[in-house]
Design a protein around this ligand. Structure first.
Ligand SMILES: *Cc1c(COP(=O)(O)O)cnc(C)c1O
Length: 401
């Protein structure tokens, strides 16, 4: 079998992205010379004559701080356009506004739980049809395109929490062939590690709450595209529906983006170290991390990503009681939902982030009671390993260790 071409730059963010992350959207304020972004809180702007404004009339439509953020978001994804929203789900909701009643959507079966809830509880009653599929099999995928003729395909890669990798170029080739919109939620990889627009996606979306913010202190969403027509429609939805972020949140995100490249480099480095440690631990039955050679799609991950990001999942080998003790015994890892923080976080998907997912679906997706999802932070990897090690020891009280 022919080996896929490995990305030589794997585990190495593109050189210029380090510079882009620092400078994207940054402009010196002309009136004061301020180097940091100016937070413009004004909701309204003085007009020279009725209808004659200087680019801003009302902050739901346009705001100077948000505009800076939107330029930065577009720049980092190497996209012509970026739009900022009040949350990741507000961004999802805006993109769904491109569709109409009767339209079909094919979505990856382990799509983010909140996205699935939005699709099933809000958009399905409005007349949209959703088909949740395992998009790793391109043959089945093309069959679904022929059968359902969807207007949009919605996917994440790597997925949450089982870190499956989907062939973005392969999917994009088929969505182009069948004239379907491809939307990729790039939250887990970030634009530093994966650029879906380059691989053929029409729209990229992020929960900016996660890695883009990186400090667990902003809820936000973003949408990027190169398509002028799609941008104009999405910009209109943003303005007309009004799910915009506050100028202060835009400022915080701009501040966060400056360190995105160096944070992602460290997240990748630490996650690989922790994943390797877990792989050799007797209380771990298996580890899910696209950067491990044991991951079933390791080769694919290496061709389409520049690093495997900071999310590591594993199956605990022990009783549920022991697992609870494990969760209660860490000092650095915080038991909390969400991900992408400078601080390491841990999550029990079956009881936390994925509790609302039907138990049969959960089992099918591999989200068992023994699955643990880690969001590896930017601490020192040895400290993280030590923290996990002492938690395993407490949980399993020395047995088999
Ligand atoms: C968190 C998350 C969302 C939703 O974003 P919010 O900012 O919480 O609204 C969407 N997709 C993925 C992959 C996420 O992790």
């Amino acid at each position: 079998m022919e080996q896929p071409k490995l990305n030589k730059r794997y585990m190495a963010i593109e050189d210029h992205d380090y510079t882009r992350a620092v400078h994207a959207g940054m402009k010196i304020d002309e009136s004061s010379g301020a180097v940091a972004p100016v937070i413009v809180t004004s909701t309204t702007f003085k007009q020279k004559a009725p209808g004659q404004h200087q680019g801003y009339d009302y902050s739901r439509a346009d705001n100077p701080t948000r505009e800076q953020l939107e330029v930065a978001l577009g720049t980092l994804e190497h996209a012509a356009h970026g739009l900022a929203f009040a949350s990741g789900l507000a961004a999802v909701h805006a993109v769904m506004g491109l569709l109409k009643s009767g339209d079909h959507v094919v979505a990856v079966d382990d799509v983010y739980g909140g996205t699935r809830r939005l699709f099933e509880k809000i958009w399905q009653p409005l007349g949209l049809h959703f088909h949740f599929l395992d998009l790793r099999d391109l043959h089945d995928f093309e069959h679904s395109l022929i059968e359902f003729q969807p207007k949009a395909v919605w996917l994440e890669s790597p997925t949450n929490p089982t870190l499956r990798v989907i062939d973005l170029q392969g999917v994009a080739r088929l969505t182009k062939k069948h004239n379907t919109l491809l939307v990729v939620d790039n939250t887990f990889a970030t634009p530093m590690l994966q650029k879906p627009l380059r691989l053929g996606a029409d729209i990229v979306l992020h929960s900016s709450t996660k890695y883009l913010s990186g400090h667990t202190d902003v809820v936000g969403g973003s949408v990027m595209t190169n398509d002028q027509g799609l941008y104009e429609k999405l910009k209109f939805i943003q303005f007309a529906a009004g799910a915009v972020p506050s100028p202060f949140d835009c400022y915080l995100l701009l501040r966060s983006l400056a360190t995105l490249a160096i944070r992602m480099e460290k997240h990748c480095y630490n996650a690989l170290a922790v994943a390797k440690y877990l792989e050799s631990h007797p209380r771990v039955s298996s580890v899910l991390y696209p950067g491990l050679a044991s991951h079933p799609q390791y080769q694919l991950a290496m061709t389409q990503m520049l690093g495997s990001s900071g999310m590591v999942s594993f199956y605990f080998d022990g009783t549920l009681e022991q697992l609870t003790t494990f969760f209660q015994s860490t000092h650095l890892f915080v038991l909390a939902e969400s991900l992408g923080s400078t601080k390491s976080l841990m999550n029990h998907p079956a009881a936390m982030t994925h509790a609302s997912v039907d138990s049969v679906v959960r089992e099918k997706l591999g989200i068992t009671d023994k699955l643990v999802r880690l969001s590896i932070g930017i601490e020192h990897p040895e400290d993280l390993k030590q923290d996990l090690n002492q938690a395993f020891e407490k949980a399993c009280s020395g047995k088999n260790l």
